[in-house]
Every structure is written in structure tokens, then in C-alpha cells.
Design a protein around this ligand. Structure first.
Ligand code: MG
Length: 237
């Protein structure tokens, strides 16, 4: 596998510049085409236990966890795509070896237990498809992060919620963090602490050139952005 070596992670795919739907296969393919090292997407569990790719916990006005995939899929994305299942999405992503698939496991709105079930189904799917080399997991739910590591020891997984220090993550064998940019303004010492502990550094969602430059200078491993084209421009300079 020869994945791209840059630091650019497209947030929900590369959708903005070309007006594609977020979290669509088209936005994933655009992230691949422009050479991003990663393309992020969000996964929820439907009422009938299908893993689907969407940001919000609602789709077309329907609560994802309370509706079947068939009911949800009746509404197409605005480019005509059917709302992707995680399986379809991973299979599309595995057609290439440029871009890693940054797989966000969403917390369940219904219960912690359902979040654990979602994590289990996500890891099972990745294993079934043999998608491990492509996948970097992320989650706001620390119990989901721990569940992924229990089910897939050594998995590449990063915590999103910004309330644990790099040393705490290291102590729990969590190999990465991916925090909102404001967290690093509040805790600037966490950058050095992450490097000392060999915890990978990612940041979301960095969309201005000024902020991008700051995180480039801080030598982050990844920068997650809605503007991957702009970040590539800055990295060329
Ligand atoms: Mg996300």
C-alpha cells in the first residue's frame, strides 16, 4: 500500500469546491483524485441495523436510528446517489491506494449500548472486507474508541472530544487524537505532549489559510478541512 504522504484530510470528502454532497461517494472520489492522505466520513446505525454514511443523526427529516435503510434510501442525495451504506463506501474506497478512509463512528442518540453495538458492527465490517489497511477510526465517544481497540488491537483510532490529554490517551493505548482547533489554543502544551508520547496529532475543522499555516508550522500529522484544495496550495509554498 502506498498511501499519499501529505497531511491533508478532506472532511466528509472533498465536496465544497465542486458542490458535491457531503459524505457522498462522489466526494470521496474527489478527495482521492486531488490526492488527499485521508477522506473522512460519518457512520450511523439504522433501526434495521444497517450502517449508513451521513453526518447528522437525521436524514431527509427522519431519525436514522428510528428508520429502516429502505425508508431512508428513498430520498437520494442531491447528485442522484443513493445514500451510501458503510459497506458500499468502503468498497468504493478500497478501489484505490492513495487515500485512507477516516471512519467516524457516531455516538448513538438512543443509548451507550447502541453505540457499542454500532462500534462492533463497524469493526466487523472492516474485518469482513479486509479494509484494515485503509481505515483510521475516529469517535467522540471514548467508550467507542476503547471498544474498537478491544475488537481490533493495534487499530489506528483517534479520539475527537478534546477532553483528554495526550498522556491520558497514551495510558489507554489510544494512538491518536483529533481535536477541534480551539482545544490546542487552550492547551498549547498538548502539542509537545502528544509528540513526546507518540500520539498522532489531527485537528478539525481548519478552513482558513491563517489557521492552516499555524497547524502546518506546529507540524501536525494531519489537518482536517473542508478546503483541501486551499491546504494543498499552502503546502506547495
Ligand atoms: Mg465527522
Amino acid at each position: 500500500m502506498r498511501f499519499a504522504k501529505n497531511i491533508v484530510v478532506a472532511h466528509r470528502g472533498a465536496w465544497k469546491k465542486n458542490n458535491l454532497p457531503e459524505n457522498s461517494i462522489a466526494s470521496l472520489q474527489e478527495a482521492v483524485r486531488i490526492g488527499c492522505t485521508g477522506s473522512e466520513f460519518d457512520v450511523h446505525l439504522t433501526a434495521d441495523d444497517t450502517l449508513i454514511v451521513n453526518h447528522d443523526d437525521k436524514y431527509a427529516g427522519m431519525k436514522i436510528e428510528e428508520n429502516t435503510y429502505a425508508a431512508l434510501a428513498q430520498t437520494k442525495l442531491f447528485n442522484g446517489e443513493t445514500i451510501p451504506t458503510a459497506r458500499t463506501y468502503l468498497l468504493a474506497g478500497m478501489q484505490q491506494h492513495t487515500t485512507k478512509l477516516v471512519f467516524e463512528i457516531k455516538a448513538s442518540v438512543i443509548s451507550k449500548e447502541r453505540g457499542q453495538k454500532l462500534a462492533q458492527k463497524c469493526v466487523e465490517l472492516v474485518k469482513t472486507l479486509k479494509a484494515e489497511p485503509w481505515v483510521m477510526y475516529i469517535s467522540f465517544d471514548y467508550d467507542i474508541v476503547k471498544k474498537v481497540l478491544e475488537l481490533q488491537p493495534g487499530a489506528n483510532v483517534a479520539y475527537l472530544n478534546g477532553d483528554k490529554s495526550p498522556a491520558q490517551l497514551k495510558a489507554n493505548n489510544v494512538p491518536g487524537l483529533d481535536y477541534h482547533y480551539s482545544v490546542f489554543r487552550k492547551n498549547p502544551d498538548w502539542i509537545a505532549e502528544a509528540k513526546q508520547n507518540k500520539v498522532e496529532l489531527n485537528v478539525w475543522t481548519v478552513n482558513s489559510a491563517e489557521d492552516m499555516k499555524w497547524f502546518i508550522d506546529q507540524k501536525f500529522d494531519y489537518i482536517t478541512t473542508n478546503e483541501p484544495e486551499l491546504l494543498f496550495e499552502l503546502l506547495k509554498k
